[in-house]
Design a binder for this molecule. Structure first.
Ligand SMILES: *Cc1c(COP(=O)(O)O)cnc(C)c1O
Length: 367
């Protein structure tokens, strides 16, 4: 047997190793989960109640149109129902966008070392990825990305804002300028997984053009990562394109109910955003105490400078041995940082104490 040329040509590739596997492989019975930017503050209690109340209806398929949720999203963002699309998280939507717009053998562009699912889909659908490195200060290099796009004429450019793994938020004028600097045939896939942590007046205004697809999720600020539900805001024409290839019953009914209730619980979201800001400040203070720095973040995680990539790798492994799961960026110039998710005070304290211990053991020397 042979699979398709595309699949046979792929290297074994796991963009994410889950904490469950890390626990199995390291014989850990407990793990403080600070590696995937899951919400430590949980979903809205109203969302949980709404889902719990309807659990017996798991015998039903969800509404394949996600109609109620899309109506609510359209009302929230002042757009048409037809300009919204619901799927199993941004990771799913990203796959639809790549499948819809990147030809086999076609080229796409992204920052080198950014959130990995885009590259995974580009490879999986037979495209080719070109990358531009982050700027030295740790933010996506918009100038280099635009120049690369002008040179290779990709069908899609991917950018996350706020960015992952850096946490940097690029103000809306810079995003607008970047969008204008792309070739006229290039679509901007703008991953806004963390926009709920940013004041809405700082975001790119709502605009609906075929060249712009914005991706959002209930996984982060809304605390519903395990429910797997997210949405896209784009033109009706693009939604119709995605409709042709999407999984009709991919989004589960319980998630639809939870997402709708979560969207309506503004007070819970505001509380999570406040707690997240407090967590970022605590990590910044910890970094100062340890004589190092962070990259300014508006997301629910912070990158802490470990000085050199081998040291960041070592610290990550040592923290895991102590039952603390974080991640570290893989590509320079961000590979000397560790990335830690916002969390409750007890989780933060566990992380802080373990980090102090690890750094004390090795002193501040680069291994
Ligand atoms: C967490 C994350 C996602 C994943 O979103 P889902 O809706 O859970 O698939 C997508 N993009 C970025 C930048 C993320 O950090």
């Amino acid at each position: 047997m042979r699979a398709t040329r595309v699949v046979e040509g792929l290297a074994a590739n796991t963009p994410f190793i889950g904490p469950e596997r890390l626990m199995r492989e390291n014989g850990l019975r407990e793990l403080v989960r600070l590696g995937a930017n899951e919400s430590a503050f949980g979903p809205s209690p109203r969302a949980v109640a709404a889902m719990a109340e309807q659990l017996e209806r798991l015998s039903w398929y969800g509404d394949p149109d996600s109609h109620a949720l899309r109506e609510a999203l359209a009302a929230r963002y002042g757009c048409a129902y037809e300009q919204t699309m619901v799927a199993c998280g941004i990771d799913d939507l990203m796959g639809l966008a790549v499948r819809a717009f990147v030809e086999i053998g076609g080229v796409a562009v992204a920052p080198r070392g950014t959130y990995p699912t885009f590259a995974y889909h580009v490879a999986g659908y037979g495209g080719r990825l070109e990358t531009a490195p982050y700027a030295e200060e740790g933010e996506p290099d918009l100038g280099a990305l635009a120049a690369l796009a002008q040179r290779v004429r990709p069908s899609v450019v991917y950018l996350a804002n706020p960015d992952n793994p850096s946490g940097v938020f690029l103000e809306r004028d810079r995003i607008a300028e970047f969008f204008e600097a792309l070739p006229a045939q290039t679509l901007l896939l703008l991953d806004e997984a963390y926009v709920d942590f940013v004041q809405s007046d700082r975001l790119l205004e709502p605009r609906f053009e075929d060249r712009l697809v914005r991706l959002r999720t209930f996984s982060k600020a809304y605390g519903l990562a395990g429910a797997r539900i997210g949405y896209a805001l784009t033109t009706h024409a693009n939604v119709e394109r995605f409709e042709r290839i999407r999984l009709q019953y991919g989004v589960n009914r319980t998630a639809q109910i939870g997402a709708l209730a979560a969207l309506e619980d503004g007070a819970h979201l505001a509380w999570v955003v406040r707690e997240t800001a407090a967590a970022r400040q605590a990590y910044e203070a910890l970094a100062r105490e340890l004589g190092t720095t962070t990259i300014p973040s508006l997301a629910n995680f912070v990158c802490i400078d470990m000085g050199a990539a081998p040291r960041a790798t070592h610290v990550t492994a040592e923290l895991l041995r102590r039952g603390i799961w974080i991640r570290k960026p893989g590509a320079p110039p961000l590979d000397r940082y560790i990335r830690v998710s916002a969390a409750t005070p007890p989780m933060r304290d566990a992380f802080a104490q373990a980090l102090r211990d690890v750094l004390a053991e090795r002193s501040m020397a680069v291994p």
